[in-house]
Write a protein that binds this ligand. Structure first.
Ligand code: AVI
Length: 320
């Protein structure tokens, strides 16, 4: 049995690498070269992201945690007893502790994450502190169709913190929220964090910190592409770039080629002009109304919405 599991795991890993390679080849073939942001999160990238969340400039995590702490009682009451919590992109599973503490007798926790080892280590720590909660991790790309493990009769509560919804284009965000609605079913709730539009200097500092952690996070993508799909990127020949695109109300992250160069992946060659970029991430910043419209299009009703005292970040409780 152990051997056939190894083979199944190996096959899944090979398939994931093939998809990654295809996404990279496709993205680098576009007029504006691009690589999807979900590929930031290998082991090193997941660790760097945890460091980002503790940076003085990166306000979203602190604001969201403050909201969840201040509103834990209200959120717990809204969800009712015996609910199952499903987190999309659970990472280190730190914020979910606030919800698990606030909910009455939570039945199960279903973290869904693309970074399997990182998720399993986080779940092992969580299981020690919440022995009464069934831990049912799902290693999957939550942007693709996911199937939940069998859950009890209690309400299903989705948890999608961190403004990860802002990393989708508006159309993709609507489609994703509709998909989440289908996965969780009628009568479910969704606790979701989203970042609010604000002064561009605050935004740009949050995505280009003084210690260079966000730069390392962005550049780690090239190291990962080299390692996993056999490219020959020179990460030293690219620099991190982050700016606020006011027209689209989003932070854009790019990797900018500092010189004219060519990069090879197998038999494929990609030419870079000096100053040409690979677009690696969008991070949309919403107004409350724009977010509400998006959620409504996806079939969700707003029950409550909370912000931090500065009005920089918001958490909404939706239902369907
Ligand atoms: C995961 N996501 C919500 C982060 C964001 O703020 O868009 C990713 C990130 N990129 C750079 N810093 C953080």
């Amino acid at each position: 049995l152990a051997r056939s599991l190894d083979i199944a795991e190996q096959r899944a890993a090979d398939e994931a690498t093939a998809v990654f390679r295809a996404d990279v080849l496709f993205g680098l073939s576009q007029p504006q070269k691009a690589v999807p942001p979900k590929y930031f999160y290998d082991e090193a990238g997941s660790r760097l992201f945890d460091l980002i969340c503790r940076l003085p400039e990166y306000y979203p995590t602190r604001c969201e945690v403050a909201i969840l702490k201040a509103r834990a009682g209200e959120i717990g009451d809204l969800m009712g007893p015996g609910a199952s919590l499903v987190e999309f992109g659970s990472g280190s599973s730190t914020k979910v502790r606030l919800l698990l503490d606030a909910m009455a007798e939570p039945a199960a926790y279903v973290p869904i994450d693309i970074s399997g080892p990182h998720m399993r280590a986080a779940v092992a720590r969580l299981a020690e502190d919440y022995p009464g909660v069934a831990m049912l991790p799902v290693e999957a790309d939550f942007t693709q169709a996911v199937r939940l493990p069998p859950l009890g009769d209690g309400r299903r509560v989705g948890f999608f913190p961190g403004s990860t919804i802002g990393n989708f284009t508006p159309d993709a965000a609507t489609a994703f929220l509709a998909h989440v609605g289908e996965v969780l079913g009628v009568g479910s709730s969704l606790v979701i964090g989203f970042d609010l539009a604000k002064d561009w200097s605050v935004l740009e500092a949050a995505y280009d910190d003084r210690q260079g952690i966000t730069a390392a996070f962005n550049l780690n993508l090239l190291a990962r592409i080299n390692r996993e799909v056999g490219a020959d990127f020179d990460p030293g020949a690219f620099r991190h770039k982050a700016f606020f695109n006011a027209g689209e109300s989003r932070i854009e992250m790019h990797l900018e080629s500092v010189r004219e160069q060519e990069v090879r992946i197998g038999r494929h060659h990609f030419a870079f002009a000096r100053g040409e970029t690979i677009h690696t991430e969008n991070s949309y910043k919403f107004s409350a109304d724009a977010f509400l419209a998006l959620a409504r299009h996806a079939g969700w009703r707003m029950r409550r919405m909370w912000t931090d005292p500065k009005g920089w970040f918001a958490v909404a409780a939706l239902e369907r």
